[in-house]
Design a protein around this ligand. Structure first.
Ligand code: AP5
Length: 246
């Protein structure tokens, strides 16, 4: 069983520290991944992190980790955030920004980072600019994954996730070695609540209205790199690395 990079500092926030620190990279890669829900950002993030030695910083994973806390450990704000998430709606900017600000030391991770699911609105992107400036680091690129809607929906329908290490599989396209069991930590895979058809519709609408405009935001800053998200994950990884090297 292989192990994934420890992300305790990101998932728990506050004074939590990662159990093992990443190796120092000479040129740490600092990326944002953009794209519709289910396009494959999390899958690419895992593969890219392995290749680049960077840390996968997903805001969705922070919320899913919070779900495993018992009721009295969750703040009312976090409980409200989980409600938005269940329905497929975006969590309010102020909640997301408070959580990311509390974890901003992860932006200085020696291995670099891949932000996945953040920023998701122009307000969040502007706030990220300020957080990066405060940490004296800057983005290398913003990768935007593009895929027709019907293929995105098929990916979401077959997704299975590990509650322990958050690894992502697909029942047809990326099955685990043993059905229903995580390859990395042996956790029992589950289907996300927000992958139900009614939540998927809300998530797609939120993406079109709030997140799609970010492509223009980053294009104007000369950071946007578009990558078609068709084909196998390995092929998309190859295309991403090629596009980043240009
Ligand atoms: P989040 O966790 O960020 O979800 P998302 O953006 O909706 O993206 P997904 O995780 O659904 O998809 P993905 O693109 O990572 O695809 P994956 O790799 O899993 O956010 C969830 C919720 O949290 C939001 O709706 C919101 O409520 C809240 N939230 C989080 N951040 C927020 C923020 N900043 N502001 C406000 N609210 C926030 O792939 C999908 C499936 O396809 C998998 O099964 C995978 O195995 C398969 N697959 C991947 N690649 C391929 C391929 N090439 N071919 C075939 N199958 C593939």
């Amino acid at each position: 069983m292989d192990t994934k990079r420890d992300r305790t500092a990101w998932l728990r926030g506050g004074s939590a520290k990662c159990l093992s620190s990443p190796g120092k990279q000479n040129r740490p890669c600092r990326l944002v991944l953009l794209g519709a829900p289910g396009v494959g950002k999390g899958t690419q993030a895992e593969m890219l992190c392995e290749k680049l030695g960077a840390c996968h910083l997903s805001t969705g994973d922070i919320f899913r980790a919070a779900k495993t806390l018992n009721e009295c450990e969750r703040t009312p704000t976090l409980t409200a955030a989980l409600d938005y998430m269940r329905k497929g709606e975006l969590v309010p900017d102020e909640t997301v920004l408070a959580l990311v600000a509390e974890r901003s030391k992860c932006l200085r991770c020696k291995g670099g980072f891949l932000l996945d699911g953040f920023p998701r609105t122009v307000t969040q992107a502007e706030a990220l600019d300020k957080l990066l400036a405060k940490q004296k680091v800057s983005l290398n690129a913003v990768v935007s994954y593009e895929l027709p809607l019907e293929q995105v929906v098929a990916r979401l329908g077959g997704r299975r996730t590990c509650p322990g290490c958050k690894a992502v599989f697909h029942i047809d396209a990326r099955p685990p070695k043993v059905a229903g069991i995580c390859d990395h930590c042996g956790g029992k895979l589950y289907q996300r609540e927000d992958d139900r058809p009614e939540s998927i519709r809300v998530r797609m609408a939120a993406y079109e209205t709030s997140t799609a405009p970010l492509a223009d935001f980053y294009r104007k800053r000369g950071l946007l790199v578009s990558v078609p998200a068709e084909g196998t994950p390995e092929r998309i990884l190859e295309q991403t690395l090629k596009a980043l090297a240009r």
